[in-house]
Write a protein that binds this ligand. Structure first.
Ligand code: 13P
Ligand code: ZN
Length: 271
């Protein structure tokens, strides 16, 4: 059996959590990541018959039965992941229609997966229906996106258009826009279901006055999505109080669509 700390998925997870902390997106225990793993990949590093503990999930997700995930632990600090991955991360397999998680590795201090596990797993289900290659759900608290939810209209079309107008390449990176949830109690099945519903039409879902969720095919792509939206929000927070003299027009957005072969969310741009 190979050392799991050398597995590419583990190395990438540790680097990503470390980088997210470095970006200031994950104060204290803020944020969480789940990465779906292939069974063949896991079995190179772990005896998949050796279940360390069973942890009830509190929800059902039959679509994920038998699926493996590497997940950040609840209450754990992203800044510490690189120093103690086995305490701060865990590998679980969902069973019993998603009602149980079997712990195969990690959470060595007796801990368990993030309190946002429902939002993560339900979002995986939603995104896999749209894109079978989806593997990652990522949540964090980037300051500018969060700030924007205090001063900007939360209407999804308006919020998306503002972000698109802040950097030329935003519309290229997230042509489907961002979806927005109002403030809701975090860590619940309700916010999980609401997030998953929003994930059906976009890979980015803002949690007002809390943070953002991103989904993608790998950690790099998902990080990049959030990074791009957060950059746009940063520009917005720099200029929102100043007289607006220039912007990116819808006509220019249409030129970007043609140049990059993308299609903006239906109805979000003037013809
Ligand atoms: P966890 O520590 O349970 O992952 O929670 C952090 C968080 O960001 C909650 O929304
Ligand atoms: Zn959070």
């Amino acid at each position: 059996m190979k050392d799991i700390l050398t597995a590419p998925f583990m190395v990438e997870m540790i680097r990503t959590a470390t980088n997210m902390y470095a970006h200031g997106w994950d104060e204290r225990n803020g944020g969480n990541i789940s990465l779906m793993l292939e069974e063949s990949g896991v079995s190179e590093y772990l005896d998949t018959q050796n279940v360390l503990r069973k942890i009830p999930t509190g929800f059902t997700a039959p679509e994920l039965d038998g699926k493996y995930f590497l997940v950040t632990g609840t209450g754990k600090y992203f800044k510490n992941v690189q120093y103690a991955p086995d305490v701060n991360l865990g590998v679980v397999r969902l069973t019993e229609q998603g009602r149980q998680a079997e712990l195969l590795w990690g959470y060595t201090d007796g801990g368990q997966f993030t309190s946002e596990f429902p939002a993560h797993m339900m979002s995986h289900v939603a995104r896999l229906k749209v894109d079978p290659k989806n593997r990652v759900v990522m949540h964090c608290h980037p300051a500018n996106l969060l700030a924007m939810t205090y001063v900007h209209d939360l209407d999804e079309k308006k919020f998306t258009r503002t972000l698109w107008q802040m950097c030329t390449e935003c519309i290229v990176v997230f042509p489907e826009g961002v979806n927005v949830l109002p403030w809701m109690l975090c860590g619940t099945n309700e916010i999980g279901e609401a997030t998953a519903e929003k994930m059906r039409t976009a890979r980015l879902v803002v949690w007002s006055q809390h943070g953002i969720y991103g989904a993608g095919k790998d950690l790099d792509e998902t990080f990049g999505l959030i990074e791009t939206a957060e950059k746009a929000a940063e520009i917005y927070m720099k200029i929102a109080h100043l007289p607006l003299v220039n912007t990116i027009t819808d006509e220019q957005m249409h030129r970007l669509e043609k140049r990059f072969g993308i299609k903006a969310r239906e109805g979000y741009l003037e013809e």
